[in-house]
Design a protein around this ligand. Structure first.
Ligand code: HEC
Length: 164
């Protein structure tokens, strides 16, 4: 197994391991049918301003979006959970108790800044705010993607579902 695949496998195993993690998670864990409430910020309050201030140093040109798409469908492994079109319906989503983000939902782009998304790419969505349970979204930037690659794939995700 390559490193990204191994990380994903470990993450899912940990999530599904009987009793593991769940006891410590706030209520709402594993609620059926979809994404956990997207109106709740994933970044803890104390870190939110700094997270929002993070911005890519380049804009979403067609070249950058093509690179982001290649990462999304390739070594980033994003498609495995988020689906080939970013609708949150990848093969691995079936075994996740909380569903991956649907990047084609226009509501999501209104609720989240790119900087908060980068924070999740660096830290994962592991219940840090105390308001959302831990999820299968593990840290990726700093693990097997550089920050530059992270911005490329985020700009691609933000381009899904039409113009903002
Ligand atoms: C193992 C499955 C899995 C993989 C692989 C994965 N994600 Fe996720 N992702 C999730 C889940 C589950 C959520 C929902 C987390 C939540 O509700 O807090 C999520 C949420 C997100 C969010 C939204 C966070 C927020 O603020 O609401 C972003 C952005 C994101 N993923 C980006 C990516 C990118 C980019 C990649 C590839 C580099 C990727 N993900 C790979 C499972 C995955």
């Amino acid at each position: 197994m390559t490193r990204p695949h191994l990380l994903m496998f470990l993450g899912i195993t940990l999530l599904l391991w009987p009793g593991s993690g769940r006891a410590a998670d706030p209520s709402g864990y594993g609620q059926p049918g979809g994404e956990f409430d997207i109106r709740i910020p994933r970044v803890p309050a104390a870190e939110r301003a700094a997270a929002k201030a993070q911005k890519p140093s380049f804009s979403a040109t067609s070249e950058i979006l093509a690179e982001g798409k290649a990462i999304f469908l390739g070594r980033g492994t994003c498609f495995q959970c988020h689906g080939p079109e970013g609708r949150g319906d990848g093969g691995a989503a079936k075994v996740l108790p909380i569903q991956p983000r649907n990047f084609t939902n226009p509501q999501f782009k209104k609720l989240r800044t790119p900087g908060e998304m980068m924070w999740v790419l660096k830290n994962g969505s592991l219940g840090q705010s105390g308001k959302v349970p831990g999820t299968g979204m593990l840290p990726i930037v700093g693990q097997f993607l550089s920050e530059e690659d992270g911005w490329k794939v985020l700009l691609y995700e933000l381009s899904l579902g039409g113009p903002q």
